[in-house]
Design a protein around this ligand. Structure first.
Ligand code: HEC
Length: 154
């Protein structure tokens, strides 16, 4: 009985896991700097969702929402650099190419409606450069200053 319930539970979890990368299907992933959406999604699950949640909803106690919000930073001066230097991104253990891919994936996966038209995808070199000067204690004030700007509004 218990084993059956466990198997059903695992099956349900397996279905959910298998379905997630499909949420990205139908988009031009490669042109958006996401060579492998499944890898990007796994990297998100392993490195980011503990704080930002699997659906990007965030958590008032740990991290801001990415869903429906994150891409406003692609529309403002300084926003592009901020996303590469924010601590959770810059200090992740991922290599530059996978981190660039993950950040591109996060933008398109969680907030396609706010993406700036023609936003060039992050590349490994750019992310490598940005993460060498990660934001530290000033992350919150940098974030607040960016969001206070008029072009932060969708
Ligand atoms: C320990 C919790 C934590 C983890 C893990 C984490 N983040 Fe964050 N993230 C935050 C917090 C808190 C902020 C707000 C800025 C700050 O104060 O650092 C943030 C901000 C961001 C932002 C800017 C959004 C905004 O509204 O300011 C992005 C993009 C982001 N995180 C992506 C990621 C990615 C991608 C990963 C995984 C590689 C990740 N984060 C891992 C806590 C986390």
């Amino acid at each position: 009985m218990v084993l059956t319930a466990l198997a059903v539970g695992l099956l349900a979890a397996g279905v959910a896991v298998a379905a997630e990368p499909d949420a990205y299907a139908g988009t031009n992933a490669a042109a958006r700097g996401v060579a492998d959406p499944t890898r990007a999604w796994r990297n998100y699950a392993l490195n980011c969702q503990g704080c930002h949640r699997s659906d990007g909803a965030g958590d008032p106690d740990s991290a801001p929402a990415l869903a429906g919000h994150i891409a406003v930073f692609t529309r403002m001066e300084g926003g592009r650099a901020y996303l590469g230097r924010v601590p959770g991104v810059a200090t992740s253990p991922l290599a530059d190419d996978e981190l660039a891919e993950l950040l591109n994936w996060v933008l398109w996966r969680f907030d396609p409606e706010h993406m700036s038209a023609g936003f060039p995808p992050y590349g490994a070199d750019e992310i490598g450069r940005l993460r060498r000067s990660p934001l530290r204690t000033e992350a919150a004030t940098t974030r607040a200053a960016l969001l206070a700007r008029s072009d932060a509004r969708p």
